[in-house]
Design a protein around this ligand. Sequence first.
Ligand SMILES: NC(=O)c1ccc[n+]([C@@H]2O[C@H](COP(=O)([O-])OP(=O)(O)OC[C@H]3O[C@@H](n4cnc5c(N)ncnc54)[C@H](OP(=O)(O)O)[C@@H]3O)[C@@H](O)[C@H]2O)c1
Length: 259
Amino acid sequence: MGEFAQRYGPVAVVTGASSGIGRSFATQLAGRGLDVVLVARRRDRLHALAEELRGTYGVHASALPVDLADPAAAGEILDAVASLDVGLLVSNAGFGVKGTFDEGDAGSLSAMLMVNCQAPTQLAHGLAPRLRQRGRGGVLFTSSVEGLVGCPYSAGYSATKAYVNALGEALWAELAPAGVDVLTLCPGATDTEAPRLQGVDPTTLQDLMSPDDVARSALEHLRDGPTHIPSAHYRQLFDTLLAMPRRDALTAMARSMGE
Ligand SMILES: NC(=O)c1ccc[n+]([C@@H]2O[C@H](COP(=O)([O-])OP(=O)(O)OC[C@H]3O[C@@H](n4cnc5c(N)ncnc54)[C@H](OP(=O)(O)O)[C@@H]3O)[C@@H](O)[C@H]2O)c1
């Protein structure tokens, strides 16, 4: 067994595994010899991926279809993995709502808070004591560069990711003495279904990364928390924005995001 699997195995729970960055995480973790529990809503995709990972890598892979917008979802997942030796939580599922805040749908905002904030919090809360007791393992949260500063025309999403950043940073410090690594991943534009679901043409986005590259970079930096921005372009862009007077940064962003 490799060093990675010894530290974070034998079992990883990956949310949002049915597509995009989560699918890449699940595949790369299986490639590193970890058993994986695949969580998302689209059952067919989860079962197909589980079968593919079992066949390709000879690991245990199971599908756990759950709607994370349901308040009972985290409890269901924790119950389902209660008898497994989970060494890594990849809390990656999430979605965004773009546009003028007050014109957005209240129900979508509510679901976004559940999926992007409530589910990661409850999953980390349920699994952290077990990781602490083992004295090794990790928690990886997929956040976004949009969590680094309030993003106009993405207000609710940006706020959910600021929450994830704060949660991840705090847990990094709480769990480090116990030998548990916490990393908050802040991707920039990534070529997944997400931009299209938000009505954005991915080809118009700057410095688009592939989900495989984003997941690989995060796994390579799992011990380098608290946060990791995989794209050099977005690292530099947000360094510049955060160094500006806040009003100037927000006005410039509102101008470019409102276009
Ligand atoms: N793509 C980007 O440019 C970008 C940039 C920064 C951060 N991110 C973050 O990266 C993460 C992964 O997104 P992605 O880009 O890979 O997009 P994606 O391809 O749309 O994947 C999103 C995943 O989350 C799952 N999900 C969404 N709502 C869910 C729900 N109610 N219950 C259970 N699972 C749910 C989806 O599965 P089902 O639909 O099957 O449920 C899917 O597996 C998200 O947290 C996103 O905010 C993305």
